[in-house]
Design a protein around this ligand. Structure first.
Ligand code: SF4
Length: 660
C-alpha cells in the first residue's frame, strides 16, 4: 500500500498568512486598497484577491488616494516616506521577522557600521532591507562572493540574512567573512518557520521514494525546498497545482512525501494530498508515527486550540499605541492591552518588546468582542512572581522590587510583577518624612507577611537596614581613630548640631563644634547634602556614637590672642551677653572678654544693663589675658578715662608694685 506523508510545516507561514488575512479584511471592509507588488508568489491567491478588488501596483507615482498594503517581504524606508508624503494610508503587512531585520539594519547603519546582507539582491525582501541603510548594503549569495567581498580593514560591519536563506550556506558565508580583518557582528535572521520547513524537508526526502514540492515556480523559498529535497531524493517534482502532477510517474508501492513553500495556500495542498490519497489507497500517514489519519484530521491537528486561562507562547507582530499584537498560531491574533502588559506602570511595551520577539502570555478571553484573543503578560509575571515571593517568604530571603507608588501609609514596590506594600514604619530604621524620595528606586526587603488568598503581601526593610548599618558601623569603627580627619555628607540638621554620614553611619557635630565664632543655628554653617571634612573628636563604641568637629585648630583665634590683645591695648568689641557681674564683649569671632561691673563706668553701676546694650560696640582696655582658660579681662572705664587720669592710676599702680 502506498503511503503519503505531508510535512506538518508545509504551506503558509504565519507572516504570509497574516498579510493575506489583512488583504481580505481590507476587501471585506470595502476599503480601496492596493498591494505594493504581488502579495505572495502564488498566482491562484493573487488572482483571487485581484478579482475581489485588491489591485497590484508596482509604483506609487500615479497614486493619489486609498490604502497601500505592504506585503510580508516588507519595503525600504523610502517607500514609507513616499506614502506618508502622499498622505496615503499604510496597511503594514510586513512580517514581524522581516521588520526586525529592518530595525537591526537601521540601528547599525545609523552607527556608521557597514551592512552586509546574505541573500539574493533581486529578492524583494533583500531590496526592502537594503532600503533601511540608504541602499548602501553589500549583498552576497555564496561563500565565494563573501571571500571576494572588498571590505574596509578594521571597520565595523554587521551581517544579516534573508529570512528564507539556507542555513548551511549562511554558515559557510559567516566562516568566510570571519577570515577578513573586520569587526563583524552576525545576526542570524533566518526565519525559524523556514528552518523548520527546510529541516522537515530534509528528513522527509531522506525516507521517501518520491517527493512532491508544491509552490509557485517564482517563489525562492519553494525553489530552495526543491533544491534540498533533490539532494536526498532524486525523484523530486516541483508542481504549482494538482494540474502539474503526472500521476503515472508514481507507483502503487511508492512512499511519497509532500511539502509546500511558504506561499502555497492550504486549498492547493489539500487538493494534492486528497488526490494522491484517493489514488493510492486513500490513506495519509502522519509524519510522526505509523497511525494512519485523514487529511482533515491532519489539518485539525495543525490548528492551535485556545482556552481561557491557558499559558501560551506567541510572537510579537507589532506594538501600536502601546498595545501589543501577538501571533499565537490561532485563527485570530492576540492583543495585550497596555494595562495588561506589566504591573510596573513605568514599563513601556514598545521599549520592551519588538516585532518577532517570542513572549509567554496568559489567555484572558478567547474572544474580546472584536474577534481578537485578549491576552495578559502581567498575569504571567504575577503568577511567577507570586511563586518567587512565596519562596522568599518561607525562606526569609531578600527580594528586590521597584517602588512604583507612594501611598497613604507607605510604599508600593513591584517584585516580578507582584505589588508589595511596605508600611512607612518598615521603610527604614528611622522615620522618613518624605517617602517620595524612594519613587523609582530599587529596594531590597523581606516579605514579612503573606496571604495569597487575600493577595496581601507586606514587605519590610527595617531589620535589613539595621543589620546593614551595624555591619557598616563595625567596619567604620575598626577603621577610624579620634584625632583623624574624615570626609562625610551632612545627612540631617537639628537645633543642636548636624549629623554627618560617614559611609552608612552618622556622626554628630555639636553646634559648639561648628565654628570658632558664635552661631545660634547649625543652618548658619551647614546645609543638608553638603560634603564636609570633619575631625573625629571621640568614638564611643559601646553607645555607637561618634563626635565630630568642624573647627580647624590652626584657625583657633586664642593661639594669637596674647600678641593681639596684649595687656594695656585698647580695642573695640561688641557686647554679646549680660550677666549680673558684668558684660561679655566679643573681640573677634571665638574670642570673648569680660568687662566686670566695676570696670564699666567711673561711677557705681547697679546693673550692667543700665550702661550697656547687647550688640553695642564699645571701646575696652585689655587688663589681663589667660589663653589657657580662654579668659580676657577688659575695662571700659579705663579705655575711656582721660589720659592724665589713667597715667595717675598707672603711677599709683606702679608705686604699689614697687612697695610690694
Ligand atoms: S519571515 Fe518567516 S514567517 Fe515571515 S514571511 Fe518570511 S517565512 Fe514567513
Amino acid at each position: 500500500m502506498s503511503k503519503v506523508e505531508l510535512a506538518k510545516s508545509a504551506g503558509f507561514c504565519f507572516g504570509v498568512k497574516r498579510a493575506i488575512e489583512m488583504a481580505y479584511k481590507q476587501i471585506e471592509n470595502n476599503e480601496k486598497t492596493y498591494s505594493y507588488g504581488p502579495l505572495i508568489h502564488n498566482k491562484e491567491v493573487t488572482g483571487d484577491l485581484e478579482k475581489k478588488g485588491l489591485a497590484i501596483i508596482e509604483s506609487l507615482d500615479t497614486m493619489k488616494e486609498g490604502s497601500v498594503l505592504v506585503r510580508s517581504h516588507g519595503v525600504g524606508k523610502e517607500i514609507y516616506d513616499a506614502l506618508e508624503e502622499k498622505g496615503l494610508q499604510i496597511v503594514d503587512g510586513t512580517c514581524p521577522f522581516v521588520k526586525k531585520i529592518h530595525m537591526i539594519v537601521k540601528e547599525h547603519h545609523d552607527l556608521n557600521k557597514g551592512v552586509i546582507i546574505a541573500g539574493s539582491s533581486q529578492h524583494p525582501e533583500v531590496i526592502g532591507i537594503n532600503g533601511w541603510c540608504e541602499n548602501d548594503a553589500q549583498m552576497i549569495e555564496t561563500p565565494e562572493e563573501a571571500a571576494a567581498l572588498e571590505l574596509q580593514e578594521g571597520k565595523k560591519y554587521i551581517l544579516v540574512v534573508q529570512t528564507t536563506f539556507r542555513r548551511s550556506r549562511f554558515d559557510e558565508i559567516v566562516e568566510e567573512l570571519k577570515k577578513k580583518n573586520i569587526r563583524l557582528e552576525v545576526f542570524n535572521t533566518i526565519c525559524s518557520a523556514t528552518e523548520e520547513r527546510q529541516a522537515e524537508a530534509v528528513s522527509l526526502s531522506k525516507k521517501v521514494d518520491k517527493m512532491i514540492v508544491i509552490g509557485d515556480k517564482k517563489s525562492s523559498n519553494t525553489q530552495k525546498l526543491v533544491e534540498i529535497c533533490r539532494k536526498n531524493c532524486k525523484n523530486t517534482v516541483h508542481i504549482e497545482t494538482i494540474c502539474d502532477l503526472v500521476l503515472n510517474n508514481f507507483s502503487k508501492d511508492d512512499k511519497i512525501g509532500i511539502t509546500a513553500g511558504a506561499s502555497t495556500p492550504p486549498a492547493i495542498i489539500k487538493e494534492v494530498v486528497v488526490t494522491m490519497s484517493e489514488a493510492f489507497d486513500n490513506a495519509v500517514q502522519n509524519s510522526g508515527g505509523s497511525e494512519e489519519i485523514t487529511f482533515a484530521q491532519m489539518l485539525e491537528d495543525s490548528l492551535v486550540t485556545l482556552h481561557t486561562g491557558d499559558f501560551v507562547k506567541g510572537t510579537v507582530i507589532q506594538v501600536v499605541n502601546e498595545e501589543v499584537s501577538v501571533n499565537l498560531g490561532y485563527k485570530s491574533d492576540g492583543v495585550i492591552p497596555r494595562g495588561e502588559f506589566s504591573s510596573d506602570p513605568t514599563v513601556i511595551p514598545s521599549k520592551t518588546v519588538q516585532p518577532g520577539d517570542e513572549i509567554e502570555v496568559f489567555v484572558v478571553r478567547v474572544n474580546d468582542g472584536d474577534g481578537n484573543v485578549l491576552l495578559s503578560k502581567k498575569r504571567i509575571e504575577a503568577q511567577k512572581g507570586m511563586e518567587d515571593i512565596e519562596v522568599a517568604y518561607n525562606e526569609k530571603s531578600i527580594v528586590t522590587g521597584t517602588v512604583t507608588e507612594v501611598v497613604k501609609g507607605g510604599l508600593i514596590a513591584v517584585v516580578n510583577g507582584v505589588r508589595v506594600f511596605i508600611p512607612s514604619s518598615q521603610v527604614s530604621n528611622r522615620f522618613i518624612e518624605d517617602l517620595s524620595v524612594f519613587k523609582g528606586q530599587e529596594l531590597d526587603f523581606n516579605i514579612i507577611e503573606m496571604d495569597r488568598v487575600k493577595r496581601r503581601i507586606i514587605g519590610g526593610r527595617k531589620a535589613l537596614v539595621e543589620k546593614e548599618i551595624s555591619a557598616k558601623k563595625a567596619t567604620l569603627f575598626a577603621s577610624i581613630e579620634a584625632g583623624t580627619k574624615v570626609a562625610g555628607k551632612v545627612s540631617r540638621l537639628t537645633d543642636f548640631g548636624a549629623f554627618v554620614d560617614l559611609g552608612g553611619v552618622d556622626g554628630l557635630i555639636h553646634i559648639s563644634e561648628m565654628s570658632w565664632g558664635r552661631i545660634t543655628n547649625p543652618k548658619e554653617v551647614l546645609k543638608e547634602g553638603q560634603t564636609v571634612e570633619v575631625l573625629v573628636l571621640d568614638i564611643d563604641k559601646e553607645k555607637g556614637k561618634i563626635s565630630l568637629s568642624l573647627k580647624d585648630s590652626s584657625m583657633n583665634p586664642w593661639n594669637l590672642a596674647v600678641e593681639k590683645y596684649a595687656v594695656g591695648t585698647i580695642v573695640d568689641g561688641k557686647v554679646v551677653r549680660m550677666v549680673p557681674f558684668g558684660a561679655f564683649v566679643e573681640l573677634e569671632p571665638g574670642v570673648d572678654g569680660l568687662v566686670h561691673i566695676s570696670q564699666i563706668a567711673n561711677k557705681h553701676v547697679v546693673k550692667p544693663e543700665d550702661e550697656l546694650k547687647v550688640g553695642e560696640v564699645i571701646r575696652v582696655k585689655v587688663l589681663e589675658v589667660n589663653t589657657e582658660q580662654k579668659k580676657i579681662s577688659l575695662s571700659k572705664r579705663q579705655a575711656e578715662a582721660p589720659v592724665e587720669e589713667v597715667a595717675a592710676e598707672e603711677a599709683v599702680a606702679e608705686e604699689v608694685a614697687t612697695e610690694e
